[in-house]
Design a protein around this ligand. Structure first.
Ligand code: F6R
Length: 631
């Protein structure tokens, strides 16, 4: 959601901050702002609504804000509408629009997260003579720090600690103090923040890509910890104000991994990176030709003793869970529940320490998924996280972590992280089956072999993209689209439908194919596109019949077919291939348990090309944020 950056060092801070914010644009935002402390002791700030280039223009590429330390923010509105008044940074004093960009406030801050008791705190501060110019909870937090600073005549760390004790909610709060030139202060609870150190300069950001061009040595600050940041050094403090020592971590991502590298959009780049991402992910967990999850502490003792699996995730990651359920149940014969993490906390938790909770998350910061993990941990249930972002909250809190090695994913709509999640879940299903003696060694090695071939087959799916591009041109004018499938194909339908709607803004729904007749079929009109996923031979003929039922009511059909999933129906399909309203896409043959990973690729491409042909912002669709760090 919001993006935070901070810098102190030898460079012109505003340029570094603007660059950092541009690398965080993918997180989603509707206004942006900067504050820089100049060598003349003046703090200058500027804010702008809309895209970052407005701020860039207003500050003349940062030149109007001279100074070597500063903070910046892109805001995704939660409290208060997206206007300049509500944009960050916020100040402890008064803010006047266009007042020469100077602020005489003592404390200035940017914040991600939500302060839940902001109304109560606002009233308290009003009683003590503070006035408010914005609707934001951030202004409350900044003024609260100022209040403690002055009331108790204490330093920034002590004032921040008092603030942390008093507020409820989540925050990554980054502050500058007028009387502390060159210093930045930070505090965190349940909102991501990293601090990167290089020679003579220090960077702060809510997300890795913002600092990747400058350093890969980072510190992860934990809940209820504060930091004092100086050029080239950082000091950490606990809630008592005692200095603590944290160890730096080296980020494995290459700086150029977060760049477009000649692609028009990040989404297409990330779709095309899937074969490598899949290969890297699988290879990481292969040893002597067998799967090996022992580095994550998942040995056969643990995997063999599980009674059932519960998967919790949001959005596409939840779809990966739905798809994985079929593979785990089929191979390992374990009962699997798949829960929306956003609903998890409202259900009675009928899990025991003999069960395993798996959370799936690209960002590792999705608030609801993190909360599901915490609920399970509080009940003593073993937890496993499938995560892409190293050092993220979920990765740090789960008992066991399997990393997808997809690299940074910048496009809001997930593609490569999703397919890597799916691959790891398939691999886990195979391993569970083997250690639980549900499959013989020979079968086990066959499945491992099948998994190893998925990256090359994914590359074949991508190389057929021109055909999908032609089909997308037809889809671009649709009002409603339906995706249908049975079994594992239903999971693919869910993901295909989300990919289309989130970036093309065309209404689409995914249905288990057998459900259409129970209501939805009344929505089919002449020309309504119905996309059937046909990778499962045991049910494909049935799905095909459901597609023909739609065709009889005017639908235009598109089939995504894998290998020999259709026998007789396949012949019928072939005959229809050239008919004007009938189109199909074939993906390479794979074991049916894993075919969903391939079938989803043309659907990613379909969403992408449909969005492009509608002239939309593919990488940053409206209203969406890359990581959803609030409930
Ligand atoms: C859709 C998409 C989202 C995410 C969801 C969970 O393309 O990307 O639905 O899958 O917001 O995010 P993570 O995986 O970061 O927990």
């Amino acid at each position: 959601m919001c993006g935070i950056v901070g810098y102190t060092g030898k460079r012109k801070a505003a340029g570094v901050l603007l660059h950092g914010l541009s690398m965080l644009e993918y997180r989603g935002y509707d206004s942006a702002g900067l504050a820089v402390l100049g060598e003349d002791g003046q703090i200058r700030m500027e804010k702008a609504t809309g895209k970052l280039y407005h701020l860039d223009k207003k500050t003349e590429h940062g030149e109007r804000l001279p100074g070597r330390s500063g903070i910046g923010h892109t805001r995704w509105a939660t409290h208060g509408e997206p206007n300049e008044k509500n944009a960050h940074p916020h100040v402890s004093g008064e803010w006047k629009q266009g007042a020469g960009n100077f602020t005489d406030s003592d404390v200035i801050g940017v914040h991600n997260g939500i302060i839940e008791n902001q109304t109560e705190l606002r009233e308290k501060l009003l009683r003590h003579g503070y006035t408010f110019y914005s609707d934001t909870d951030t202004e409350v937090a900044v003024k609260l720090v100022d209040y403690y600073l002055k009331k108790y005549q204490i330093g920034p760390i002590d004032a921040i600690n008092r603030m942390m004790v008093r507020v409820r909610g989540s925050y990554a709060l980054v502050l500058m103090f007028r009387d502390r030139p060159g210093e930045i202060y930070a505090a965190r609870k349940d909102s991501p923040m990293i601090i990167g150190v290089a020679d003579g300069e220090t960077f702060l950001a809510s997300d890795v890509p913002a600092i990747l061009d400058y350093t890969r040595t980072v510190y992860y600050i934990d809940n209820y910890q504060a930091a004092r940041i100086l050029p080239g050094e950082v000091h950490f403090f606990d809630l008592n104000g005692d200095e603590i020592s944290l160890s730096p971590v080296t980020i494995s991502w290459e700086p150029k991994a977060a760049e477009k590298n000649g692609y028009e959009h990040f989404m297409m780049k990330e779709i095309c990176e899937q074969p490598d991402a899949l290969r890297n992910t699988l290879t990481h967990y292969l040893k002597d030709g067998e799967l090996d999850f022992s580095q994550a502490g998942l040995d056969s003792g643990l995997l063999g003793g599980i009674r059932s699996v519960c998967i919790a995730a949001c959005g596409s990651a939840w779809h990966a869970g739905v798809a994985a359920r079929y593979a785990i149940e089929e191979l390992a014969e374990l009962p699997v529940r798949v829960e929306l993490a956003s609903e998890f906390r409202y259900r009675k938790l009928l899990l025991s320490p003999k069960d395993l909770l798996i959370v799936i998350s690209q960002s590792g910061e999705t608030a609801d998924t993190l909360e599901a993990l915490r609920i399970a941990k509080r009940k003593g249930i073993p937890t496993l996280a499938i995560v892409n972002v190293q050092g993220s909250g979920i990765a740090r809190e789960a008992d066991h972590v399997l990393y997808t090695l997809a690299g940074p994913e910048i496009a809001v709509a997930t593609t490569k992280a999703f397919s890597c999640q799916l691959l790891l879940m398939y691999a886990l299903a195979v391993q569970l089956a083997y250690v639980r003696n549900k499959i013989e060694k020979e079968r086990y090695l066959y499945y491992v072999h099948e998994l190893r071939h998925l990256p090359d087959k994914a590359a074949d799916c991508i190389s057929a993209k021109e055909k999908v591009q032609r089909l997308a041109a037809k889809l671009a004018g649709a009002n409603d689209v339906f995706f249908i499938g049975r079994g594992a194909d239903y999971a693919v339908s869910l993901e295909g439908s989300l990919k289309l709607k989130e970036i093309s803004y065309i209404h689409s729904e995914a249905y288990a194919a057998g459900e259409l007749k129970h209501g939805t079929i009344s929505l089919i009109e002449k020309g309504t596109p119905v996309i059937g996923i046909l990778t499962q031979s045991s049910v494909s003929e049935k799905t095909l019949s459901n597609m023909f039922e739609c065709k009889a009511r005017g639908a235009s059909l598109l089939a995504v077919v894998s290998g020999e999933a259709l026998s007789d129906g396949g012949a019928a399909l072939k005959e229809e291939d050239d008919a004007s309203e009938w189109r199909w896409i074939r993906v390479p043959e794979a074991d049916e348990l894993f075919a969903g990973l391939l079938a989803v690729i043309p659907l990613q491409l379909l969403g992408y090309y449909t969005s492009v042909s509608r002239g939309l912002d593919v990488d940053k669709p409206r209203n969406l944020a890359k990581s959803v760090t609030v409930e």
